[in-house]
Design a binder for this molecule. Structure first.
Ligand SMILES: Cc1cc2nc3c(=O)[nH]c(=O)nc-3n(C[C@H](O)[C@H](O)[C@H](O)COP(=O)(O)OP(=O)(O)OC[C@H]3O[C@@H](n4cnc5c(N)ncnc54)[C@H](O)[C@@H]3O)c2cc1C
Length: 463
């Protein structure tokens, strides 16, 4: 088989793959990156960027509804214009996609648009978008094909024309009512944002609580805020059947014998790695039981010269984790110095509900399970002066400290700006600072970050 030979072949232009491809191409290596259409990957096109653009609109709407509280009048008649909302979202996404395309080309990489499939070791055949095929080989190959929304085998679901996190972004009007299946972070973010926009949301969660992995008190605080915004949250129940009537109404039959009907359904029941159909069986690349590419801590697959990164490699499902994978890959591909590893890295995250949940490190439950002796700090957001000036008094902060070492083990911050403040806690953890150093640091007043001094003060940190 005749194939074009490259130093690096990247399969799927996600965060890790595109960053690596651009860098190595700019350094003069021969690089081909195959992408089946989403220039810039999932995050920019159908995940983080469009959803957070919409969350921002929802928050603005919320703020405008409260304008009179802040001494601003004349904003009583605010409403969502879906066409303009979509226009802004597409403008933000389009600008970023165009910027990425330009950077890809400027780097000197060979950007191959089409669907790739392995046909031999370290060799793919690409069904080109504009017709024809190309066969491309790499001395090194990186698989970065990401994940896609999964539709579990619930009776009737496949035929009910339901929405996924991707298709819902293309809707031309907001449904009056929506059932969301799944209370993970994707379901929670859509529930929060859409209920603020006036959609009557029912959220169906099989677990005992929203955000099943969080401490119960943290999940309850997020749930309370959402319920106050009008979400009908049902826990300990799952969908067993879904059907759409002739008039378009969708009815979801529930495991408790009840049912709920709405104009539409959003399925947020998890995502599946894009590995099926890649021809991996021809390459010696093994999969885990859940279909992810099996990698070691250096992101090496089971096939020599083939690496994997991002969601598809089972890394934490966040863009910043994939970005960190890129750094590890870049170091490891360079052959210089000892191999870098994913082991023990601290990956924070934010659930962009309103108010948002910023998380880093261990939860209280995880810290206890890991055998740490702990002290827990808990504080209502009302204690923070900045929260008062913002008029954002909803939420609570929590942190877990190791009582033997005084090191911070983790934090869960629910408030305005929690996504920013969590990075401060993360830096303290990375720097190995005992909590007293964060408590006693001089932090600008009045800021949300300043609240950390209070959180770790005797008033809120248990003995
Ligand atoms: C609704 C939603 C909101 C999210 N919000 C956030 C957030 O706020 N912050 C955050 O950090 N994370 C967020 N995430 C998660 C984040 O989007 C992912 O973790 C991240 O995009 C994973 O990147 P990746 O590098 O693994 O690859 P991806 O960005 O998924 O890229 C994979 C690429 O491979 C391409 N591809 C697949 N198969 C082939 C093939 N055979 N041939 C050629 N190309 C192929 C795809 O087209 C895609 O472009 C969100 C996810 C969702 C669903």
């Amino acid at each position: 088989m005749q194939s074009e030979q490259f130093d690096l072949l990247v399969l799927g232009g996600g965060k890790a793959g595109k960053s690596l491809a651009m860098d190595l191409a700019a350094e003069g290596q021969r690089v081909a990156m195959v992408e089946r259409g989403m220039i810039g990957g999932t995050c920019i096109n159908v995940a983080c960027i469009p959803t957070k653009t919409l969350v921002n609109s929802a928050r603005l709407l919320r703020g405008m509804r409260r304008a009179a509280e802040f001494g601003i009048t004349g904003a009583a008649e605010v409403a969502v214009d879906v066409a303009l909302l979509r226009h802004r979202k597409e403008d933000v996404v389009g600008t970023m996609v165009a910027g990425q395309r330009k950077s890809f080309i400027a780097s000197g990489m060979d950007l191959v648009i089409g669907e790739a499939k392995f046909v031999a070791e370290r060799t793919v055949e690409v069904a080109l978008d504009d017709g024809g095929t190309r066969t491309v080989s790499g001395t090194n190959v990186v698989i970065n094909t990401g994940m896609v929304p999964s539709l579990p085998p619930i009776d009737g679901l496949a035929g009910a024309e339901v929405q996924t996190s991707e298709s819902i972004l293309r809707l031309e009007s907001l449904p009056k009512s929506l059932v969301i299946l799944g209370g993970g972070y994707v379901g929670a973010e859509f529930a929060s944002m859409l209920s603020i926009m006036g959609v009557q949301v029912t959220l169906i969660q099989r677990a005992r609580q929203l955000l099943a992995r969080e401490d119960p008190d943290v999940a309850a605080a997020v749930a309370d805020a959402m319920v106050r915004d009008g979400v009908d949250l049902r826990v300990c129940v799952e969908a067993v059947q879904v059907s759409r009537d002739g008039d378009g109404t969708v009815t979801v039959e529930l495991s408790d014998g009840g049912s709920v009907s709405a104009e539409d359904v959003l399925v947020a029941l998890g995502r599946e790695p894009v590995t099926a159909g890649l021809g991996l069986e021809r390459t010696g690349v093994e999969l885990t039981g859940r279909g992810f590419v099996k990698v070691d801590e250096h992101l090496r697959t089971t096939a020599s010269g083939v690496w994997a990164a991002g969601d598809v490699a089972g890394s934490p499902q966040f863009t910043h984790a994939s970005w960190n994978d890129y750094r590890i890959l870049k170091a490891n591909l360079s052959g210089a110095g000892p191999l870098q590893a994913t082991t023990g890295r601290l990956v924070p995250y934010t659930v962009f509900v309103t108010p948002e949940l910023g998380r880093v490190g261990l939860s209280e439950t995880e810290a206890r399970e890991a055998g740490h002796n702990i002290r827990v700090a808990r504080m209502p957001v009302t204690a923070i002066p900045r929260a008062r000036t913002l008029g954002e008094l909803d939420g609570a902060w929590k942190a877990v400290v190791d009582s033997d070492t005084d090191l911070i083990l983790g934090a869960a911050l629910i408030s305005a700006e929690a996504s920013e403040v969590i990075a401060v806690v993360q830096m303290a953890m990375l720097g190995g600072l005992p909590f007293q150093q964060l408590r006693d640091a001089v932090i600008t007043h009045p800021t949300m970050a300043e609240g950390l001094q209070l959180l770790f003060s005797p008033a809120f940190l248990e003995d």
